[in-house]
Design a binder for this molecule. Structure first.
Ligand SMILES: Cc1cc2nc3c(=O)[nH]c(=O)nc-3n(C[C@H](O)[C@H](O)[C@H](O)COP(=O)(O)OP(=O)(O)OC[C@H]3O[C@@H](n4cnc5c(N)ncnc54)[C@H](O)[C@@H]3O)c2cc1C
Length: 388
């Protein structure tokens, strides 16, 4: 059985960047990813400018710019009655790009692999067991999917750690485990930490032919049944997202078919939940990052930033734990800086959520912003402002 310092479940932006930072810190690092990359993912494909400093620290800025992309210049908010308000986005090096997730995620995972990370694709994690501090089982428990108390199994004093089992039949050992497996995190579920999801909304996403003269704008459009996000991802394709409730989503799809003249059999990717309570990010030798830790409202397009930055913070904590520094302190510090990352931003998230849960109320922002544009300018500036 192969042994690692750290095993990361999920190879999305959170998992791949955490693994890259761990490898840069000299750790033996494993990533287990359910899909084979490149793969698409339900997302608006927009890279918030806050991502740039983290991508720079990963040494990836130029390679991201080299991917097919659109450099977005403005956000256009459209109310239910069709009224519009346009807010400019930052330009130059701090600009917002849109890049298909198949390309962006693949670049990150490939970068991790090149840094020496062991990446196993098409490998779904199905079971976890843990032997707690200072003790380990002589033979690892193999049948139970939740924490096995080492005392129950007559354990010897050895190194603590995780046993991770997968659908491929391979098992792995690691001292530290990271849950980077998205909003429906298997790691959180296996540890009985996954909150009950709020399945009040569902999202659909597709790449469709780019309408003529669409320009380089993001469109956020309130509709009676929910909202739609639109952004060009290259010279020929538009990312189209629809967010509604289970009863309204088929009407949103019909709206999209008419509005964009797309066929009735257009394939859509789908995802739920759109929000849920957070999972505490730091436990004994177990950390959660990205969507697995906290799902933010997609309307503000910040999820990839939180994935990248929480990954970097987790890697810093893991490097300390593996090097034998005070583990409790490292974990507490990780929890503190993670919470700080969201501080002052959750109200925007709540506001966005309230607006999109009630598109009529959300639509009121648009005429208000036409009278006083500083409201939306301020909100947009907050969302795309540099973080860390
Ligand atoms: C409609 C919508 C639009 C959005 N638009 C934007 C946007 O424009 N900009 C933005 O920044 N954010 C956006 N987001 C949010 C963004 O998509 C997420 O925040 C981001 O993908 C989180 O990255 P992650 O690495 O944490 O998780 P993910 O990207 O979900 O990656 C998790 C990975 O874990 C793997 N996995 C899952 N279970 C297992 C398992 N058991 N074993 C092994 N592997 C497993 C999955 O295959 C996946 O590759 C949007 C979200 C939605 C729903």
């Amino acid at each position: 059985m192969k042994t690692f310092d750290v095993a990361i479940v999920g190879g999305g932006p959170a998992g791949s960047s955490c693994s890259a930072f761990c490898a840069l810190a000299g750790l033996r690092t494993l990533v287990l990813e359910r899909e084979r990359f490149p793969r698409e993912k339900v997302c608006g494909d927009c890279l918030n400018p806050s991502c740039w400093p983290v991508l720079e620290r990963l040494g990836l800025t130029k390679r991201v710019w080299d991917l097919p992309h659109s450099e977005l210049t403005s956000v256009e908010f459209i109310a239910i009655d069709g009224h519009k308000v346009i807010v400019d986005l930052p330009t130059g090096e701090d600009c917002e790009l849109s890049i298909k997730r198949s390309l962006f995620d693949d670049l990150l995972l490939e970068h991790a692999r090149n840094l020496g990370v062991h990446v196993h694709e098409e490998t779904t994690v199905t079971a976890l067991s843990y032997s707690s501090a200072g003790k380990a089982c002589r033979h690892w428990p193999v049948t139970r999917t939740v924490l096995d108390a080492p005392q129950e199994r007559g354990c010897n004093a050895l190194h603590p750690g995780w046993k991770i089992e997968t659908t491929s039949g391979d098992s792995f050992l690691a001292q530290v485990l990271v849950g980077a497996d998205g909003r429906n995190s298997t790691v959180a579920r296996l540890r009985n930490l996954l909150p009950r999801p709020a399945r009040e909304r569902v999202a659909l996403q597709a790449h469709i032919p780019l309408p003529r003269n669409f320009g380089k704008r993001i469109v956020l459009q309130f509709l009676r049944e929910g909202y739609s996000g639109q952004a060009p991802v290259n010279e020929t394709e538009l990312n189209l997202c629809l967010v509604g409730t289970p009863p309204t989503i088929s009407r949103l799809r019909q709206w999209a078919q008419q509005h964009f003249e797309i066929p009735a059999d257009q394939p859509w990717r789908t995802i739920t939940p759109l929000t849920r309570a957070p999972v505490p990010c730091s436990h004994e030798n177990l950390l959660f990052i990205g969507d697995a830790a906290r799902v933010v409202e997609p309307f503000t397009g910040e999820g990839i930033y939180y994935a990248l930055r929480s990954a970097e913070l987790a890697a810093g904590a893991i490097a300390k734990i593996i090097s034998g520094k005070d583990r409790q302190f490292a974990l507490r510090e990780f929890a503190r800086v993670s919470a700080e990352m969201y501080r002052g931003r959750l109200w925007i998230n709540r506001l966005a959520r309230a607006a999109v849960l009630s598109p009529r109320i959300g639509s009121l922002f648009v005429p208000a912003a036409r009278i006083n544009p500083s409201i939306l300018k301020l909100l947009t500036a907050k969302i795309v402002s540099p973080k860390l």
